[in-house]
Design a protein around this ligand. Structure first.
Ligand code: GRF
Length: 213
């Protein structure tokens, strides 16, 4: 005899599908870039491979014309150029989708206004090419950082992923990866080593932060 499912069973079933659809809901990332975008590429690839699960890039924003925009375009990802200027943070705030879960600074060179940082508190992360709190702050970007590290006689450097606050490179550190310096290290060789570390730790942090692990 066919038994009609009890009310209980159907409640369980709909409850289960509701849970599944909640779990499958993708987290929306907005990525800010200024340069070559190798970290952006790594994030795109890791979303594709599932190393960053439950995520999608809803928008890539550049503050200047750069190769990162081309990478976004190659992957049919929404992208926009907002030339940096006085109202950059306001302009940015206007176009960031309301449902954004995480803003990722992946080689982004403009400074975000304190209001912007406050609005998205706990939802912005940055990657810096040195072991913060050393070698951070205003003017410390690109090969300038590596030059300073070498001139200081450091034996190691690395990359730091941290939350963004209004203090430049001062937010809470989430993860660091280290590299050793060779005797004949140059800013270029160090940059190459550190990029490798960045490509390893950045996707891991993003996966962890959006899945709240
Ligand atoms: C990285 O070294 C990152 O630490 C710094 O800018 C660089 C961006 O590189 N903030 P890429 O554009 O992702 O290749």
């Amino acid at each position: 005899m066919n038994k009609k499912p009890s009310t209980n069973t159907s409640t369980c079933h709909s409850e289960r599908s509701r849970r599944i659809s909640v779990t499958n809901q993708k987290q929306n990332l907005v990525i800010l870039v200024s340069g070559s975008g190798s970290n952006l590429q790594r994030i795109i690839d890791c979303i594709g491979s599932g190393e960053i699960p439950n995520a999608q890039i809803s928008l890539v924003v550049a503050d200047r014309n750069c190769f990162a925009l081309e990478r976004a375009s190659n992957h049919f990802i929404n992208h926009i150029l907002i030339p940096r200027g006085e109202n950059f943070s306001d302009e940015l705030q206007k176009i960031i989708p309301k449902n954004t879960d995480l803003i990722v600074l992946a080689g982004f060179l403009s400074i975000l206004e304190p209001d912007f940082c406050e609005t998205f508190k706990g939802k912005i992360i940055n990657i810096h090419p040195a072991l913060l709190p050393k070698f951070g702050g205003k003017g410390m970007w690109g090969n300038r950082v590596h030059k300073a590290v070498i001139e200081a006689g450091e034996t190691e450097s690395g990359a730091t992923v941290h939350f963004v606050t209004s203090g430049i490179d001062e937010g809470e550190i989430i993860l660091q990866g280290k590299v050793s310096l060779d005797k004949n290290e140059t800013p270029e060789t160090l940059s190459e080593k550190i990029h490798k570390i960045e490509h390893d730790i950045f996707p891991k942090v993003i996966a962890k932060v959006i899945n709240k692990q």
